[in-house]
Ligand binder design. Structure first.
Ligand code: DAH
Length: 336
């Protein structure tokens, strides 16, 4: 019996070295240590022994079981630690992780520059709601009900009377309702139009409105202000022209063009071979508008202007699809 025990011990010593996987180790456990395994079998066979041999055999079988159990545990620990990742260590040769530095959206950059220039000419800032009523967006700006001029701006209506503002001009009305002249503000903000979305137009864009009202304000002051802005913003070598136009809230009205800053007027894809780019609308505030806000039309006169920011930013940065300005794709934004 003791020989048999010695034999099992030798086999176990050999076989434990052959166990390279958890599965093989489990077979080892079943073969030697399970309830029907080799060692249990030896314990069973103690029944056949004379009782005087029992203490010695029992002792050596117990030792055998502890020994094989220890072989099993050691191997199990070995396999487990081989599975775990090696101890953590620092690789100081790895390149550093790139930090993402944010940048201002091209629209914000363009707006900041426009604001800076007008602040320098004494303008303040005013803002107003994006959800407007018909009165401020149209009526008080001298768009009569059913007047075709309303069709110039496709409107998102919330109710019959409430809409998403189609331009920043309603803030003119809100400012004049609250203040007496002199008033000298620019109004940056978002506007909405129910237009088919394309590379050139989007349902949402930004405008900057300007308004100056005081005693004796003239059209030449309007021109002087806009020319000064244009030269600061686009460069002093830029040429400009004012064309007569129509807006319900200004009389007379004009649009300002500048020579295309890409081709300098000789004609290119950006200016559609015209050599000129339209950059804003403007005019002298119509006395009818003053009547709506209760200004004395004999005492005061004023000018107003409005420009679209996306168009300016697109021309400036050479962006040919307006939609990309609203997608917030970092691969695009990172370039600014
Ligand atoms: N509100 C006009 C538009 O969205 C732009 C505009 C033109 C504003 C002339 C003005 C102005 O203040 O005088 O098309």
């Amino acid at each position: 019996m003791l020989d048999k025990a010695q034999e099992v011990k030798q086999t176990a010593l050999q076989e434990i070295n052959l166990a390279k996987t958890f599965q093989e180790l489990e077979s080892f456990r079943i073969k030697f240590l399970a309830r029907k395994g080799l060692i249990a079998d030896l314990f069973d066979r103690m029944r056949e022994l004379p009782s005087d041999q029992l203490p010695a055999v029992g002792k050596s079988l117990n030792e055998l079981r502890s020994f094989v159990q220890a072989l099993y545990e050691d191997k199990k620990n070995q396999l487990e630690s081989a599975q775990k990742p090696k101890k953590e260590y620092l690789d100081l040769t790895l390149p550093g992780r790139e930090r993402w530095v944010g940048s201002k959206h091209p629209i914000t950059q363009t707006l900041d520059e426009i604001k800076r220039i007008f602040f320098g000419m004494g303008f303040g800032i005013a803002t107003g709601p994006e959800i407007e009523d018909d009165y401020h967006n149209f009526e008080a700006l001298n768009f009569p009900p059913d007047h075709p001029a309303r069709d110039m701006q496709d409107t998102f209506f919330v109710t019959d009377n409430i809409l998403l503002r189609t331009h920043t001009s309603p803030v003119q009305i809100r400012v004049m309702e609250q203040r007496q002249p002199p008033v000298q503000v620019i109004v940056p903000g978002r506007v909405y139009r129910n237009e088919a979305i394309s590379a050139r137009s989007y349902c949402l864009f930004h405008q900057v409105e300007g308004l100056y009202v005081d005693r004796g304000v003239t059209f030449s002051e309007l021109k002087g202000t806009l020319v000064s802005f244009t030269k600061q913003f686009y460069g002093s070598d830029i040429k400009y022209r004012f064309r007569p136009s129509f807006f319900p809230f200004t009389e007379p009205s004009a649009e300002m063009d500048i020579t295309c800053f890409l081709c300098k007027g000789s004609g290119c894809r950006v200016c559609k071979y015209a050599g000129w780019l339209e950059i804003l609308g403007c005019g002298m505030v119509d006395p009818n508008v003053f009547k709506f806000v209760g200004y004395d039309t004999e005492a005061y006169s004023g000018y107003a202007f409005g420009m679209g920011i996306e168009r300016i930013a697109m021309l400036r940065y050479g962006i040919d699809d307006i939609r990309i300005l609203f997608e917030n794709d970092v691969r695009f934004l990172k370039q600014f």
